[in-house]
Design a protein around this ligand. Structure first.
Ligand code: TXA
Ligand code: MG
Length: 331
């Protein structure tokens, strides 16, 4: 199969109607889409990604007003949040209706629903009379793609078409919001922070994302978002000492000089390279550039990738979460 990149939505729609797979741009990361109501198409998604079947998929709709076609008994607070934040980088876990295949939800009684904000994907969804099941368009366990080229790197020859919507605005996967026993629970952090959700609801929400031993969302297993090159997150000066004999990339923010200033013996050390994810210390820019920088670093022949911590608030929390999950564990 030849994987073409383009912006022909009629072609994308026709392929999806035939049960084929198409990668789609969203404001968070690219998705690998198929007809969510067609089990054969959904099976193709798992196969192309090499993703285990116990890991459920998000369904994407053009508008939240269609959510009740696929979900029932939607909690009022979830409905309120959805009206406030969609289209946008947020996903809701709600009780599913029977027409949603168990394969999509991995047998769970809840389905994950997202209304992506990207104009091309919005238009594509409006052309279809079924929702699109779409996990991130990477091979299972690897870094999510934020450009059409990233998708092609991982899935070339496995899917029919990639809709090119440019570089993703947010760069980090959607916030996942659940509802249980009267409480709103964040299952995965993202651009929409707990604080933003709390200010809409006027009450506190819970954060339950660390699901390593009890994977509520199996996508939250630790072995996610990994580069092949070992990656470590921490204090750059300490990490730099620890890996002083290795050819290494330092990833941080501020000017490159500022990053170098925080490690000791830096003057023209041929083993050290530096990349700033945002010279002006803009945390949204860090999010937007992170996955691309991780992929580039992985392809550049470093022995280790060393990344600083970012302030743990707002989208910074999601950035640290992804980096922690991408971390290599020394035996
Ligand atoms: O930003 C995003 O959410 C991107 C774009 C393409 O929409 N999608 C994405 O999908 O990140 P994926 O499959 O890589 O991650 C979805 C996460 C997984 O951790 C999965 O376990 C969880 O959502 N999930 C999906 N359906 C679920 C369900 N019914 N119950 C619990 N967790 C669910
Ligand atoms: Mg993923």
């Amino acid at each position: 199969m030849i994987t073409e990149i383009g912006t022909d939505l009629n072609k994308a729609a026709a392929l999806l109607q035939m049960g084929e797979l198409v990668a789609i741009p969203t404001e968070t990361v690219y998705g690998l889409a198929g007809n969510a109501l067609n089990e054969n198409a959904v099976l193709k998604i798992f196969k192309a990604k090499e993703r285990p079947h116990f890991n459920p998929l998000i369904i994407h709709l053009a508008s939240w007003s269609r959510a009740s076609d696929y979900a029932t008994n939607i909690p009022a607070e979830i409905d309120l949040l959805a009206r406030h934040f969609t289209p946008g980088p947020i996903t809701f876990l709600v009780p599913k209706k029977e027409l949603v295949p168990d394969l999509v939800t991995a047998g769970s009684a809840k389905v994950a629903i997202r209304i992506p904000g990207h104009p091309l994907t919005h238009q594509l969804l409006s052309m279809l009379d079924f929702p699109l099941a779409a996990p991130s368009a990477n091979r299972f366990g690897y870094v999510s793609p934020v450009t059409a080229i990233h998708v092609k790197e991982g899935l070339d020859g496995r899917i029919a078409y990639i809709v090119d919507g440019g570089a993703c605005e947010v760069g980090i996967e959607s916030t996942i919001v659940d509802f249980e026993n009267g409480s709103v629970i964040i299952r995965r952090t993202g651009k929409i922070s707990a604080g933003m959700i709390e200010s809409v609801l006027g009450k506190e929400v819970k954060l339950q994302t660390s699901a390593e031993d009890h994977p509520v969302a199996p996508g939250m297993l630790k072995s996610h978002y990994t580069t092949t090159t070992p990656l470590f997150q921490g204090n750059l000066a300490a990490l730099n000492k620890q890996f002083k004999d290795q050819k290494r990339l330092l990833l941080g923010w501020g000017t490159e000089q500022e990053i170098l200033d925080c490690v000791e013996e830096f003057s023209n050390n041929p083993l050290i390279s530096v990349t700033s994810l945002s010279a002006s210390k803009n945390i949204d820019e860090v999010a937007r550039r992170l996955f691309g920088a991780m992929r580039l670093a992985d392809a550049s022949g470093f022995e280790v990738i060393l990344v600083s911590y970012f302030p743990n608030e707002g989208i910074g929390q999601a950035i640290n979460d992804r980096l922690q999950r991408a971390q290599h564990h020394l035996k």
